[in-house]
Ligand binder design. Structure first.
Ligand code: ADP
Ligand code: SF4
Ligand code: MG
Length: 433
């Protein structure tokens, strides 16, 4: 464990008893509902409840992993905390300052401190710009001239992320997916941010390249003292990089704990199901029977989510109270928060409640995933999510089609596009569509 990681772990331990340092980011009751409108008058007929009441902290120097199936609101949350989207409700504080509804102009200085790395290394880089131009964009947008000039700084950044600084004048199409993601990372780091939100930074890459990029992010964290929020639909990626992990289901955080507690004793049934789908790396355990939980049914629609606990339609432990009463996210063990009436590895919060009768739920004991199936099994509960789009598609849909229509999506003009890279990346990606 490096010094920085140690400090983050200490801070994490201290904070769970309320005595730690100020969090870098503090999110309370964050809500984002996308209105669904009908007719010429754009009458509101409903809303996509993409994010519905998230509360969490991100502490200096730590990596908070966020995991959940496609469509559960991870990207929306990333875009809210980087203020690329306007929240419907709740508050976002960065270094103790409320940034929830800051105007584009007042957000500008903060944009330097919070940067975003996007999932798609192809769509997020403008093919008409050279690598030098792309990585230098944040300096232009912020009107900053680094010591030694932009070119020298860009070349230093390219070297930092493991690219050849002489490739300054090349175009994105001349690079592989992994190299392009490195360009995206260099761009995000240009303004020396404090917090980096990486939205599925490796899911568009070949498995063999994923580890390289993950290791790069890890090394950069130690070198530059970065704080990360890393979003993934894949627990196997999250496991290696996170100090703490938030598990999301249908717009809510259902469990939040440090990595060891979460992996050793998950408390939310959904987390348990997600984990049971991760391949077993230990060869001695391969082939042994494991409790692989195959959730039946699709993820319900965020337009009309289930009442009570949103997971009750797929949970094998559901009882009557689960259908009627939403379980709050509460700390049931030190540093381990969970939203469940009948948690695993913990005290039952509603003992004796009558079970909910439903045929949609079955738990199957299946052999652990064979190594050859590792790729397939990499996507948690893939079996259950047959109807829901893959992460890439969801992303594409949100960015290419829905985003331009949404009223509160920032325009890629000079004022608002200076999320450094974040907005620049979007604007560039969007302009190609
Ligand atoms: N701009 C938008 N307009 C309307 N609905 C959206 C928009 N962006 C995302 N959504 C919807 O919000 C939900 C959460 O999406 P998203 O945050 O992309 O999930 P994830 O990143 O976990 O896959 C999805 O149902 C998605 O269709
Ligand atoms: S609250 Fe009930 S339905 Fe929800 S996860 Fe817990 S046991 Fe399952
Ligand atoms: Mg996403």
């Amino acid at each position: 464990m490096t010094d920085l990681k140690k400090k983050a772990a200490e801070a994490s331990a201290a904070q769970s008893d309320g005595s730690g340092p100020e969090p870098l980011l503090k999110v309370s009751g964050l809500v984002k509902h996308f209105p669904i409108t009908k007719g010429v008058l754009k009458r509101k007929v409903g809303a996509v409840q993409a994010v519905d009441g998230l509360s969490f902290d991100v502490r200096p120097g730590e990596t908070l992993g966020v995991v959940g199936e496609s469509g559960c609101g991870k990207s929306t949350m990333g875009r809210l905390v980087t203020r690329l989207l306007e929240p419907t409700g709740g508050t976002i504080e960065f270094q103790g300052k409320d940034i929830t509804h800051l105007s584009a102009g007042r957000l500008r200085p903060m944009r330097r401190d919070i940067q975003m790395i996007f999932q798609d290394p192809y769509g997020s880089l403008n093919p008409r710009h050279t690598v030098g131009g792309i990585v230098g964009t944040p300096f232009r947008l912020q009107g900053v001239t680094p010591e030694g000039g932009v070119k020298r700084e860009v070349q230093r950044l390219l070297e930092l992320v493991g690219l050849n600084p002489e490739h300054y004048n090349r175009y994105p199409h001349e690079f592989s997916g992994g190299q392009r993601q490195r360009i995206g990372i260099a761009r995000a780091l240009a303004l020396k941010p404090k917090l980096v939100v990486a939205d599925e930074p490796v899911s568009a890459l070949d498995v063999s390249i994923q580890a390289q990029v993950v290791n790069l992010l890890d090394d950069l964290q130690d070198e530059l003292g970065l704080t990360y929020m890393i979003i993934a639909h894949d627990l196997s990626v999250i496991r290696h990089v996170s100090d703490r992990i938030a598990v999301m289901y249908l717009g809510k955080i259902v469990e939040l704990a440090d990595r060891t507690s979460l992996y050793e004793a998950p408390m939310h049934p959904y987390t348990k199901a997600l984990m049971s789908a991760v391949p077993v790396p230990d060869p001695r355990r391969r082939g042994a029977k494991s409790d692989r939980i195959l959730l039946r049914g699709d993820v319900p629609s965020p337009i009309s989510p289930p009442t009570g606990c949103r997971f009750h339609t797929r949970c094998w432990k559901a009882t009557q109270i689960c259908k009627t009463t939403e379980p709050p996210l509460i700390q049931l063990k030190t540093g381990h928060q969970v939203a469940c009436h009948h948690p695993e590895n913990g005290e039952d919060q509603a003992p004796g409640d009558a079970p909910l009768v439903t045929d949609a739920i079955t738990v199957t004991s299946a052999p652990a995933a064979e190594p050859a199936e590792a790729d397939k099994a990499d996507e948690p509960v893939a079996e259950t999510a047959t109807e829901s789009p893959k992460a890439g598609e969801a992303e594409g849909a949100a960015e290419a089609e829905e985003a331009p229509k949404a009223e509160d999506t920032p325009k890629p003009d000079a004022e608002s596009a200076d999320a450094g890279d974040a907005a620049a990346g979007d604007a560039e990606g969007g302009s190609r569509e």
